[in-house]
Design a protein around this ligand. Structure first.
Ligand code: AMP
Length: 251
């Protein structure tokens, strides 16, 4: 079984994001970048399936500028076997439908049995690409997976839903998007980071692909959240807080 995992390079989740002065987006210059956390979980799951003897190859793919090579190397340090970078120019912004159309081309070439994506990219919070990809491929999808098991030619996926767990059975090939509780990704060890530098990474320029962006969604403006107004008061005990709230007629 071959597993394809889509990984995106995003601003590291520990970094405080700053909006550009002209409101055209967020500041990316000199900002620490990392693999999208949900995609790291997807890579970890694929590697665990390989280690359990259920998968034979794990291929990671990213669509981004040349610096996305780092993200792919991080995924290979976790244990992916090889990587594909669909290289786009720095200034080409692609919305989720265009990303899904490009991933569809990779799926057609690679013919994976299972396609794993994160449930959302933490930079745009779209939560769309996996769903669109499965529609383009006309295959089954299971979103927000908290457990994945392979039973012969079928996939069993558990999803956390309101008030409980839902377990689905899907035929392969299928698209699955990962939720936070699926696993805890391992730290890449130094030897594995070194090994990852030697693993194959194929760069495919977008200009050489049969692809024209649809560009159906454009970002108009990005603004900072409103600053909190008012002072913060610390109370030493709960009674003082209740008295204050009663004095203000809060209840
Ligand atoms: P989104 O729909 O943008 O929230 O992204 C959902 C998932 O799609 C991500 O967690 C990734 O697995 C995948 N994805 C989105 N953008 C890219 C990209 N540029 N390259 C590779 N995978 C991507």
């Amino acid at each position: 079984m071959k597993i394809l995992v889509a990984v995106k390079r995003v601003i590291d989740h520990n970094v405080k994001v700053r909006v550009k002065a002209d409101g055209s987006g967020v500041e990316l210059a000199n900002v620490k970048m990392a693999i999208n956390p949900f995609d790291e979980i997807a890579v970890e799951e694929a590697v665990r399936l390989k280690e359990a003897g259920k998968a034979s190859e794990v291929v990671v793919v990213s669509i981004g500028d040349i610096s996305s090579q780092d993200t792919l190397r991080s995924a290979m340090a976790i244990g992916a076997d090889r990587a594909i970078l669909i290289q786009r120019p720095n200034d080409l912004v692609l919305d989720p439908l265009d990303i899904a159309r490009l991933l569809q081309q990779v799926v057609i070439t690679e013919q994976p049995d299972l396609i794993l994506l994160g449930k959302q990219a933490i930079d745009n919070d779209c939560n769309q690409t996996g769903q669109m990809l499965s529609a383009l491929l006309k295959c089954g999808q299971a979103t927000f997976a908290s457990s994945i098991e392979i039973e012969g030619a079928l996939l069993q996926v558990t999803r956390e839903i309101d008030g409980g767990l839902e377990t689905l059975s899907l035929s392969l090939p299928a698209v699955v998007t990962t939720d936070l509780r699926l696993n805890e990704p391992r730290y890449a060890t130094l030897p594995n980071i070194m090994k990852a530098k030697k693993k194959p990474l194929e760069i495919q320029p977008i200009s050489e692909m049969d692809f024209t962006p649809l560009n159906q969604v454009k970002t108009l403006t990005v603004t900072e959240p409103k600053k909190r107004v008012g002072q913060c008061t610390l109370f030493n005990d709960i009674n003082a807080l209740v008295n204050e709230l009663q004095a203000k007629n809060v209840f």
